[in-house]
Ligand binder design. Sequence first.
Ligand code: ADP
Ligand code: MG
Length: 554
Amino acid sequence: MVTEAQMGGERVLILPEGASRLLGRDAQRTNIAVAYAIGNAVRTTLGPRGMDKMLVSEMGDIVITNDGATILEEMNVEHPAAKIMVEIAKTQDKEVGDGTTTAVMLGGELLKRAGDLLDQNIHASTVIKGYKGAAAYCEKMLRDISYKVTLEDTDTLEKIASISMGSKTVGFGKAKDKLGKLVVSAVRQVAEKKDGKIVIDDDFIKVEKKEGGDLDDTQLINGVLVDKEIAHPGMPKKVESARIALVDSALEIEKTETDAKIQITSPEQMESFLKQEEKMLREMVDKIVASGANVVFCQKGIDDVAQHFLAKKGIVAVRRVKKSDMEKLAKATGAKLATSLDDLSVKDLGYAGLVEERKIAGEQMVFVEKCKDPKSVTIFVRASTEHVVNEGERAIVDGIGAVSSAIEEGEYVAGGGSIEMHMAVELRKYATEIGGREQLAIQAFADALEVVPRTLAESAGMDAIDTLVELRTRHKKVDGRDIGVDVYNGKVADMKRLGVIEPTKVKTQAIASASEAAAMLLRIDDMISSKGKAHMGPGGPGGMPGGMGGGDYE
Ligand code: ADP
Ligand code: MG
């Protein structure tokens, strides 16, 4: 191991004791094996007939999910190559909000096939070049063949939502259509036109959840659901036509930072001291009263005495509201956040048709609803158990991501593996044009894309090879490009006609991040770890998640 250098005949240690190093093909081989294992670990969850995984944390917490990003996050991988694969999922989740499994699987598959090429003595840089060319070709192809969709296209958007959510187990059943509609309404409500473009800030679709009830009870609130209670029992539980103040400063007497001692020597002094405090609090409340507000959301604390005064004036107050909720409330009600009570005026107040505290599953929550054209809304997810409500939330977040991307980009493609098959067929034609060794890399890219239809076929209990052969044949014909895997009927069919459609961005992003990650890992021919060997070999504690169906690297 080269952990030292020669200097004037003397040996100089470069790496610390216990550090380990992998060089050349060994480094590549290890990284490829690990990446492929990660891809394989999430593979079985793909599509509506994919399976779920149950993950148990060190603390014994259980997560049951089908969501690629969540699985990888919970797996707590340690190997550096595995971490790069997890990054693919994270990027996909952040950029699109859906397609994480696809992206990670594709990354693993690209690397596995790159490994085969390296074994045939094709240089990594040739593979990388071929992959880059293939990814660029696919991106252009996707742009050329996408179908168009607009904000007004309710039917198409609802299909995109329900396909995106439908691959999670909870998406089944009677709630599916309702949830699709709900997601589309929410996204559409917060969509804003900026410089002629439609912009959707997902942050302003709050997804709040509480177990209890049924998935079918999930509702869209035209405003914000604040998971807090009203500060004082003497305050009204319900205010119609609410005039809302958002206050950033505390309704408390500030305690001095330093230990300034106040000498109180007589009961009279004590009384006047308390009187003084009370007077200051009363003045604060008077400022709120003067603004005309009948509901106050305070980001900081509210003193008991101030609460009492507010209650006497019939003003509803909620304290210690999260900053993110304050921002959402501002967007939903049109209120301006007042940093000091002195600045608060009638112009800063927002409006909500109804502010009401309701008891949900034993806990109080404040509903701020019936806002006028709110640019911030809440989807309130209900389901029978904690696990279902959590997976329901993940499904809805995926749906929001898919619908937002479809609207922002204005484009969608047919799913069910049809688009991947189309790209594979076209790429193979392109490969012959390129020729040379690079052609082999482009072909490998095409083969890797087929992992999607292959996995969908397997999940439906179909013969994977027969299905791929049939798909390839159909795709070579005119009008064949939307033919994919009908997982419910176990046959190949026109996916667009079946309504299995997905935003184009899910695919472009998956290809971009998977191919970039593959190139990044292939470029590494020297791995130095100061943590020691255990973290770099595929079998060590931080190695392959072999127990998750990932060990069978063929
Ligand atoms: P990801 O995390 O990649 O979104 P999913 O588990 O959501 O993984 O599966 C998405 C894949 O399932 C896509 O390729 C999509 O086209 C496919 N799919 C979804 N619904 C259907 C369906 N009804 N029939 C066939 N394929 C479907
Ligand atoms: Mg999905």
